[in-house]
Ligand binder design. Structure first.
Ligand code: FES
Length: 557
């Protein structure tokens, strides 16, 4: 069975345990009303969980959840993991040790020795006879609840509706255990008061048939045996991991990352394991559970040696429209050397992971704008580096603001050039109008900036802008922390060519006829030309706008 299948079964078991925990907490919370209310609630609680079906569901879930947790611990090759996942693992592994005494003292004592574990007896133990065990039990329930909430959060956060309800769920997650603890305290106080009543304790003892000395010894043996078995299983899993690591060290695979960085890992590691083992930041929003797709990588050399993706991986990849050479790093265990390129930024959030804008490689009709400062290189030669950086940053601020305000996305700042995309969300027609509005704002911004810096500049800053619209592949591209939304394709080359043409025509703006058509601009008053673009058949019809101000005031985003 695949790791994803195992995780699904484990998740089902987790929901049974969560239901048990919630009902248990609600039962405790009844202590805020009275001890009698707690006992009445317990009656219904036991009717469910001590029925045959309830017993089977509860103990089946405990067994399945626990055994599969150990199995997954064995399965995962690297123990490096995000903090939240480590916390969930750690708290989960603590639970058997924390809860063993309570389970043996209640359920097993009832089952084995006929002891009645009503609230009065248990609260008597926790609040009068052995208060330290009451504190221990409170810690155990808090740990169980925290473990459950972390798991639930990291499972639900992929649901599109989750952000809307997260605050409410958080409130419930805090209120429920708080109410349970408050009920536990109120019930305990009531029992403390009753215990001071002459004869009450003796009557309680007679009514609840607590285990006698031999039965208590047997129960202690059961508890010790369980803890020994659990500890033994944990040690066995860790030992098996060690043996496997030694064995697999004999055969290893080499995974190459962008920039030529190579990581050699034992056979059986997933690509995500390899990234983690080598300390390479790699997006993995779902923690390697094969659900989020954020770990996806483009596979270069070695693709032909990879086994085909399993059904679950195929489904996730299909959901994001991944190309044939893209695989989930957390599900891919290379048996031969491999070259990969992680496709998403390591810092990607669940919301971004769900958003369409991060899907790499989807083709769309967009508008691309290129802009460049005229004569800046020559001007920079006569300035101190600090002055150059200062002027450039003011320039980028000006054009970046103009682009963003018009509705575009600044995409690349290189040297004194900038590339921006429009219409990704709203379509090419809107994008064209936005790009023209941005061009106007950029030119106006340059005039203001030149006036501001007049004493530092030998001449006013001038800008050349090229705009073209057409199909392009849009997606998040890059490496490491340097991921950004960008576009590639013929449309981008043409836009860059139009920006260069502004020098030839000594114009502020050159835009393609396609942009004018989509923006519904009548540019017949401006000179038209047919431009050749390198490596491209056919010519591009353009309009040359010497001064953007001549476009008139009616053009807006
Ligand atoms: S980490 Fe989520 S699918 Fe791989």
């Amino acid at each position: 069975m695949s790791a994803v299948g195992i995780r699904r079964i484990r998740l089902g078991a987790a929901f049974v345990l969560l239901a048990y925990l919630i009902l248990h907490f609600l039962n405790h919370a009844l202590g805020l009303i009275s001890l009698d209310a707690m006992e009445t609630g317990r009656h219904w609680f036991l009717a469910l969980w001590r029925s045959r079906l309830g017993t089977l569901a509860l103990y089946g879930a405990i067994t399945v959840h626990g055994v599969l947790a150990l199995w997954l611990l064995y399965q995962r090759r690297s123990l490096r993991m995000p903090a939240w996942e480590a916390a969930q693992y750690g708290l989960g592994l603590l639970l058997p040790a924390l809860l063993a005494s309570h389970v043996v003292g209640t359920r097993v004592a009832w089952w084995h020795a006929g002891a009645d574990d009503r609230y009065a007896r248990v609260l008597m133990l926790f609040w009068v006879t052995a208060p330290e065990r009451g504190a221990w039990q409170s810690v155990a329930l808090t740990v169980a609840w925290t473990h459950a909430c972390i798991g639930l959060h990291y499972w639900l956060r992929f649901r599109p509706w989750y952000p809307r309800f997260a605050a409410w769920l958080l409130a419930a997650a805090l209120l429920l255990p708080a109410a349970a603890l408050a009920g536990f305290v109120a019930g305990g106080r009531e029992v403390q008061a009753l215990a001071r009543t002459p004869g009450w304790t003796e009557a309680l003892t007679r009514a609840t048939n607590p285990p006698d000395r031999p039965a208590a010894a047997r129960l202690a043996g059961i508890r010790t045996g369980f803890l020994d078995a659990y500890l033994g299983a944990l040690v066995a899993v860790l030992a098996a991991r060690g043996v496997r690591a030694l064995w697999q060290r004999r055969r290893s695979v080499r995974i190459t990352y962008p920039g030529g960085r190579a990581v050699t890992v034992p056979l059986g590691f997933t690509v995500l394991d390899a990234s983690r083992a080598a300390g390479i930041a790699h997006a993995s929003v779902c923690g390697g559970r094969g659900r989020c797709s954020t770990c996806r990588v483009r596979v270069g050399d070695g693709l032909e040696h990879l086994p085909p993706p399993r059904e679950s991986e195929r489904r996730v990849l299909a959901r994001v429209g991944a190309a044939a050479d893209v695989r989930l790093a957390c599900q891919t265990r290379p048996a031969h050397d491999l070259a990969v390129v992680p496709l998403l930024a390591p810092s990607i959030s669940p919301g971004e992971a769900l958003g369409a804008d991060v899907r790499q490689g989807h083709e769309s009709e967009i508008v691309v704008l290129f802009a460049d400062l005229r004569g800046f290189t020559r001007m920079a030669e006569h300035k101190l580096p600090y002055d150059v950086v200062f002027v450039l940053n003011r320039y980028f601020e000006t054009v970046g603001t103009a682009i963003t305000r018009a509705g575009g996305v600044t995409n690349q700042f290189t040297g004194d050039g900038v590339m921006a995309l429009f219409g990704i969300e709203d379509g090419a027609a809107t994008g064209c109008r936005q790009a023209v509005a941005a061009a106007r704002a950029m030119v106006e911004g340059m005039a203001t900036l030149s006036a501001d810096l007049a004493s530092d500049l030998p001449a006013p800053l001038r800008i050349g802008i090229g705009v073209h619209a057409g199909p392009a592949v849009v997606g998040q591209m890059g490496w490491g922390q340097s991921f950004y939304l960008t576009a590639v394709g013929d449309t981008v080359h043409v836009a860059a060519r139009l920006e260069q043409a502004t020098k030839d025509y000594n114009a502020e703006l050159v835009l393609s006829e396609e942009v004018a058509r989509l923006a519904e601009l009548d540019l017949s008053a401006f000179p038209g030309h047919e431009l050749a673009v390198r490596n491209r058949g056919g010519r591009v019809g353009v309009r040359v706008i010497a001064r953007v101000a001549d476009l008139g005031p009616s053009i807006t985003g």
